[in-house]
Design a protein around this ligand. Structure first.
Ligand SMILES: NC(=O)c1ccc[n+]([C@@H]2O[C@H](COP(=O)([O-])OP(=O)(O)OC[C@H]3O[C@@H](n4cnc5c(N)ncnc54)[C@H](OP(=O)(O)O)[C@@H]3O)[C@@H](O)[C@H]2O)c1
Length: 281
């Protein structure tokens, strides 16, 4: 068994690689820049080049691979269907695909189409339909938190089902190491409670002992501000788009699939903030 972990440099992929390593499951980590990854991580992981927009990278990346942790990166022009087809041709026997909660109601998003094409390819799959990553606080929410001690997203007063990407990774590693048991199933992975961003700001303030606020900008104010900071239009639209279901009250569903798979309760956001609090001060 050898697992290919795509999106190793991302919020979920890295955690999946860590969990597989803990389980001593052989793995290769896919990155676009192998040299850079080796410089950062030395010999801790084995790296292979993979760019979903360059189909000539697929064959080598898939050599000797039996299972894949598959993520879909931001951006367009991905040769995703070709990648899945080649994986089947090369004898990969299981894909754990990182999808999104409530995907079944959103036929216009990539994940809906990707789940369909993976099923159509006839390869055993496990779909992990994830809630809102706590790790977003260290990603696209980071700059405003660090510089202005505020959460700046247009999510209104809506709640969202925060989940720790380390929990998603735990489920992914379990599924990848037991394909027979987990194949052809969907799991909705959320934390134990849905929170609004006022509550998150309050918890951050308590844990970090500094005042953190939630700005609750309108979508328009969010876009104008992000544009004035020089952000890319497609990035701004993606971040705004992620928060619309939250604003509309559609993102608050909680599910106990994590506990069913792992036998324990999911991590909570207070613990997550505690673990990384130095990052934002
Ligand atoms: N954030 C959330 O709350 C959330 C919730 C549910 C589902 N998701 C889904 O999770 C996925 C994103 O995962 P993530 O947040 O772990 O990633 P991420 O932190 O956004 O990191 C992006 C990753 O994509 C890789 N990448 C970018 N362009 C690529 C390309 N052309 N070919 C191959 N790899 C490429 C990067 O690899 P290199 O650095 O090597 O270039 C990096 O590993 C998305 O599909 C998103 O919809 C996110």
């Amino acid at each position: 068994m050898t697992i290919l972990v795509t999106g190793f440099n991302g919020k979920a992929g890295y955690e999946v690689a860590e969990k597989l390593k803990e389980k001593q499951i052989p793995l290769k980590c896919a990155v676009r820049n192998v040299e850079q990854a080796r410089d950062r991580h030395e010999s801790k992981f084995e790296f292979v080049a993979l760019d979903f927009s360059k189909s000539d990278t697929f064959n080598k990346a898939l050599d000797g691979i039996t299972g894949i942790f598959l993520m879909y990166p931001p951006g367009d022009r991905m040769e995703f269907e070709t990648f899945v087809t080649q994986a089947v041709e090369k004898g990969v026997s299981h894909i754990v695909y990182l999808s999104v909660k409530d995907v079944q109601y959103m036929p216009f998003i990539h994940h809906y189409k990707n789940e369909k094409l993976i099923k159509k390819a006839g390869i055993p799959y496990t779909f992990l339909r994830a809630g809102y990553f706590m790790q977003n606080l260290k990603d696209f929410l980071y700059e405003e938190l660090k510089e202005h001690k505020r959460i700046f997203v247009p999510a209104g007063k809506g709640k969202t089902s925060f989940v720790d990407a380390r929990d998603i990774a735990e489920v992914a590693a379990i599924a990848l190491s037991n394909p027979e048991e987990y194949k052809n199933k969907n799991y909705v992975i959320t934390g134990k409670e849905a929170l609004d961003f006022y509550e998150v700001a309050r918890i951050m303030s308590e844990v970090m002992n500094i005042k953190v606020e939630y700005s609750n900008p309108s979508v328009k104010a969010f876009k104008n501000y992000m544009t004035s900071k020089g952000n890319d239009e497609s990035f701004i639209n993606v971040v705004a788009g992620i928060h619309i279901p939250t604003k509309l009250g559609l993102a608050k569903g909680i599910n106990n699939d994590f506990e069913k798979v792992t036998g324990r309760k999911p991590s909570d956001i207070r613990q997550y903030i505690e673990d990384y609090k130095e990052v934002w001060v």
